[in-house]
Design a protein around this ligand. Structure first.
Ligand code: PEP
Ligand code: MN
Length: 346
């Protein structure tokens, strides 16, 4: 529930509303805006008597947040959330952030080579999993902690920020020591204890849409993280299950526009898992930027034919270079720009 104050409501009126909410046993979060203050009532279990608050001096109206999520919603916060990362990079503003790299860390040599080539092409964040959620227990499971150390080396050498996946709470603590952004993968989108742990991690979280998750479910999962006190959540559209076998998943481009309508959180697009085929990655990357994606998560491998996971959807370095040139043009056409690597940034 949101209590919208009149634009001329004095401070005492706001304090009275806060006190009334607390007396009722809920938390109050005043949100001063340019024109007026809105007070959020947290912990609404559906039994709140809004009329008591509506009658207080200085209250203009009561907005019932009918959606099951609150803090992630546009009603809660109208302006887009801009997440500041280290090195002056931010996501959710004018800049489109490209996160690129192999599906998995496979060796120090492979990750360093991948990092150099994506940086050269203009990426600002290196992606690669050290802990890999694989459909088969017999597939490559990732290098684990040594992989994290290799990622740290790659950051040291290239200045790229690191996004990498955590699969459980224990792993998240290890990942948090190295990652600039912690990824929660599609398979864990509804792992609520992991989401709560992410809410307490103090790190930006990249939350991927579940394999068959609705947008509402994605937003509710993000709500878990915000409700624990971590507002730095980046959503990610990575395709959903469909009946059509032409692509690995159905890349839901419309989710970008839907999420921007419903939420203030940034959303990035992953056309690699979204399509499963490298030839489709660039067209969908261009489309995602045109649709307003705040960033891209793209798999690039120095030698995709020898990749230990997701080789078929991994771009060759020269394909990635071309994709960067094309998406840069698209970003500029809609009044945005691609984020520049550290050193180039003003
Ligand atoms: C990945 O990013 O490599 C990954 C495993 O993605 P998802 O969770 O979307 O399948
Ligand atoms: Mn992958």
């Amino acid at each position: 529930m949101l209590i919208v104050m009149r634009h001329d409501a004095p401070e005492e009126d706001i304090c009275r509303v806060v006190a009334a909410i607390e007396e009722m046993g809920y938390q109050a979060r005043p949100m001063p805006g340019k024109q007026r203050t809105t007070v959020g009532l947290v912990g609404n279990d559906g039994r709140v008597d809004g009329s008591r608050l509506a009658a207080l001096s200085g209250v203009q109206e009561i907005l019932h947040v009918t959606k099951p999520y609150k803090q992630v919603s546009r009603e809660w916060k109208a302006e887009p959330t801009v997440i500041r990362l280290s090195g002056g990079l931010s996501i959710g503003g004018d800049e489109v952030v490209v996160m690129a790299g192999p599906c998995s860390v496979e060796s120090e040599r492979q990750i360093l080579e991948a990092a150099r080539c994506v940086r050269e092409a203009g990426a600002t964040v290196l992606r690669a999993g050290a802990f890999k959620p694989r459909s088969s227990p017999y597939s490559f499971q990732g290098l684990g902690q040594p992989g994290l150390r290799m990622l740290a080396r790659a950051r040291e050498e290239t200045g790229l920020l690191i996004v990498t996946e955590a699969m459980d709470a224990e792993g998240m603590d290890l990942v948090a020591d190295v990652a600039d952004i912690i990824q929660i993968g599609a398979r864990n989108m509804q792992n609520y204890s992991l989401l709560k742990h992410a809410g307490r991690s103090g790190k930006p979280i990249l939350l991927k849409r579940g394999l068959s998750a609705t947008i509402q479910e994605l937003l509710l999962s993000a709500e878990y993280i915000l409700a624990e006190g971590n507002p730095r959540v980046i959503l990610c559209e990575r395709g959903i299950r469909s009946f059509d076998q032409s692509t690995r998943n159905l890349f839901d481009l419309s989710a970008i526009a839907v999420v921007h309508g419903l939420s203030h959180l940034p959303i990035v697009a992953d056309p690699s898992h979204g399509t499963g085929h490298r030839d489709m990655v660039s067209p969908m990357a261009r489309a995602a930027v045109a649709a307003g994606a705040d960033g891209l998560l793209v798999e690039v491998h120095p030698n995709p034919d020898r990749a230990l996971s997701d080789g078929a959807q991994s771009l060759y370095p020269e394909q990635f270079e071309r994709m960067m040139k094309e998406t840069r043009l698209i970003a500029e056409a809609i009044g945005r720009r691609l984020a520049e690597p550290a050193g180039v940034r003003a």
